[in-house]
Design a protein around this ligand. Sequence first.
Ligand SMILES: Cc1ncc(COP(=O)(O)O)c(C=O)c1O
Length: 388
Amino acid sequence: MKFTRAIESLKPEGAFVVLAKAKDLESQGKEIIHLEIGQPDFPTPAHIVSSAKKSLDKSWTHGYTPSLGVIELRKAIAKDLSERRGVSFGHDEIIVCPGAKPALMATVLALVEPGTKLLYPDPGFPSYHSLSSFVNAQGVGIPLLEKNDFSFDLNFLEKEIKGASLLILNSPANPTGGILKKEDLKIIANLCIENNVAVLSDEVYSRMCYDEDHVSIVTIPGMKERTVLIDGFSKTYAMTGWRAGYAAADKSLIDKLGLFMNNNTSCVNGMTQAACISAIEESQDPSEMMIQEFKERRTLIVDGLNKVPGFSCRNPGGAFYAFPNIKNTNISGKAISDHMLNKGVALLPGEDFGKYGEGYIRLSYANSRENISKAIDILIEEVPKISR
Ligand SMILES: Cc1ncc(COP(=O)(O)O)c(C=O)c1O
């Protein structure tokens, strides 16, 4: 068989590759501390699981649901978004998807013509680059600068934005944990309005902002009409395996995304949608406790990483990733990641997230304090032994 250019251009997410290697080692009896994969180590809250179970008895899984999602969930999302972002969304401006990832893909397919520029953060979530190649766009990584706490290099953005079809933002960010400040968002918004560029704002870590409130670009005047806001249930409610996320945007675009989903997945299963309604409408205490715990672990991991010879780590403002600078070790991220996996700690090289990720590694602190401390001890012992 001859494969298409599009399918040949897709790249795997590094986290899944290292996870597979780690699982392989585990099957051979080796103990691995998983700091590679970005998923909460907490169980899905019991009341959410219980709603899913009840939905089975009510036969919610019997049939297809509307491709845009059940109206009760779309209304719940619209209300939640309006309350949390302070911008009013109607339920007809929401589509439910099997995760934030499919919403990303549908949006890129809907808004980016081949050959046009697609701008995304670098280092950034690997799907952005992969999707850009998939649709044959001219992908341009906009550097996130460590000296600005991993906010955009705005001069670079200003030079590249002309003629772009879409700019992807991600705040709080994977892999840096960086947050786009309101002042920067205003500058970015002006550039998008002046150059008539649409924005995909990936806000899957919006609830994990530790030192300040989350600000969405959608709140800036003139931006709601040009922004696709994507959020999900995976991170906020420890529901990665349930596969549920959503996009909020102008109804005209949501209807197009609905057509795509109709031809692709048909719909998200009814049981998951019932669980999502209860996630939004019922107690937020389990999520808030989980987020508070991530905040404590952030201090533990950042302090620990700063003790590793040659590492320096900033305090990430959000998400659950630490992204230490390893340039002073003169060892590549890949060499550290390979060595550490053999020593029982799975983590990711920064270069997996783009060329500006070189000289960094990513560690997810969605793991217990005990495991984080153990991993730090192993890093302190092992990094000086890795050959340069
Ligand atoms: C920035 C970012 N966007 C989207 C996703 C995908 O989330 P979901 O599980 O909702 O598809 C992830 C998952 O790691 C992510 O880090």
